[in-house]
Write a protein that binds this ligand. Sequence first.
Ligand code: F6P
Length: 341
Amino acid sequence: MRIGVLTSGGDCPGLNAVIRSVVHRGVVDHGDEIIGFEDGWRGLLDGRYRDLTLDSVSGILAQGGTILGSTRVEKSHLRDGIETAREHVAKLGLDAVIPIGGEGTLKAARLFSDAGLPIVGVPKTIDNDIACTDVTFGFDTAVSVATEALDRLKTTAESHQRVMVVELMGRHTGWIALHAGMAAGAHAIVVPERPFHIDRLTEVVRERFERGKKFAIVVVAEGAKPEPGSMHWEEGTIDIYGHERFSGVANQLSRELEHRLGKEARPVILGHVQRGGTPTSYDRVLATRFGWHAVEAAHKGAFGHLTALQGTDIELVPLAEAVADLKTVPAERYAEAETVI
Ligand code: F6P
């Protein structure tokens, strides 16, 4: 077979492990030829690619980022590019295309698949918000990085008797905030699924200081918002990809908490640090398994599907199901965090 692979959307630790796995499984076990499109869907639309050999993927298992590059592409550009993509796939003699990406990429994968292209998707996102898979690779790494940051912030917060408001990634879902907050023993966790009330949040922190504690750590997902009308709130804007550009929940919250509590507060925005660097061993293994199973799916002709972790097994799920809903933090999981608001 000839297989094309691409990485699209926000990068994520473990992408290179998938690419390497696709090449190893394809070349060594099936005698396939693998090419990699550069910069995600854009490479497929522009016909920009390079051959991927065992040599070219040597040593990339533990590397963060993606050797192929990644971009976001506007939806209209993708819709207009279906015919071009079809021509490039035919001209390059590809029997399968394996896009590795998150929600937006998988929606595009479905679009191309419905148009008749031979697609097998691989889900990735540090946000862990893809419904059909128990976990996506990148999430474990992001949680580990965030947990380490929270542990470090605790010591400086205590020295200065401050409230640290730590903003973690998570546009629509609070999985990273929930897990890192629990792992580090944060004193309040705020997620997008549950609009916060500033009075309640202030009371949680005030009550902690009244018990004689010297500092507080508030973890907040970047997409979290207050209950409408409960505090002054600056909304963000929408970018050309339809994604919200947030106005900075940590900044707004720390200003408000400082004012209400009369304690020094500092916003800390962890940002893209959560996506950088080497993947954890868990993410390397999951990414490698996804790559292996994506090649097997291509050989079985299971197009229009993506790989998904269900329990301990990798299953194939129709792309249509995968993009139907986001996996949000359910109330019962939120309630398990020791102090929630
Ligand atoms: O979807 C992954 C993610 O890291 C989100 O958590 C975050 O909101 C977004 O990407 C950031 O996107 P960009 O890299 O375009 O700033």
